[in-house]
Write a protein that binds this ligand. Sequence first.
Ligand SMILES: [Zn+2]
Length: 345
Amino acid sequence: VLAAELDPCTVHTLWLSYPLNLPSAPLSGGLEWLANDTLYYDTWLSDLYAGRYLESWLPANMPWDTYPLSLGLTLTDAGAPHTLISNAAVDEMGEHDWQLEFPSTMRAMSPLVIVVPSEDVIFVSGTHPSNGQDIPYTLYRHDTVGTGIATLEATLLGSFDQFTLGTGEFLHPSFTGFIGANARSMEYDGAFTTKVPDISHEAFHSWWARGVHPATYADGWIDEAWDMYNTTQGQSFTVEPFNWNDPTAVLYDAHPFARITPLNSYDHGRRVFAGLAALMGVDGLRMAMAELYAAIGLEGALTTAALERHLYCVGGEDPQIRQAFWRFVYGQGGNAPAPDMNYCG
Ligand SMILES: [Zn+2]
């Protein structure tokens, strides 16, 4: 509690001082003091548990608030050289002294910051021409990974090509990836940390989730479901007609402070898109999603209601599309109410 009365319309600076420690949040992690005075630090964000976005480490707001962040980072008394891995613009001011600038499109779910002993990682970097767009990238591999870095790089760049072709432009200035056997598989704006099998899934999130962001955390089901529909080997771009007798299920939690992406987003959510593909055609659905992606971009954000409206309106105003959301996204029984007269403009 800040027990101070302030005059209205005045500007103040708030100084907070606290030790860097494991966040008091479920399954928090990302801070390990290692042998010989070395350190592994990782922002270790998560959509699956409360308090696990930037608010883990710094004062931060809800997802609809976008703002730039300047972060000075200094490591003192280290027993060995360390490497900084981040999706910020980084200035190295001196040894173990970095200035990080995150862009004004950043939100609490965006920043990746890793500090790791330099001898534990190797990296490869370049610029990849992908369907008419040049994507600069740097990919780090931790020692714990057995796969060669050239193979990992090829997988990543192959994924880029699929996504620039099927979804649209990569929206970030560059891509930064960190692959470790014990890494969290997690998405960031133009970045990921991942285990080897999840490279494609986590890379896709730089288009959907951390390119076009969810407007609220309750809308986080969309990018997991759409990602699974796009990148799950053997299950991508399937057509699976809805069974209207299937039990209702909730993907969108209407609570205004809903924080957690429901776990059924991955499987049930994927099947919702497969059902929509049965109504709209796979190409029709993919084209509709690509239109939405281009229209929203980095500055905007996607709500569940906007997704439903867009798919219904470009999908021939098929009432089954509304019914699919009603039953399998909002978890309601009975029939979806008819939309307003001007619903499709
Ligand atoms: Zn995901």
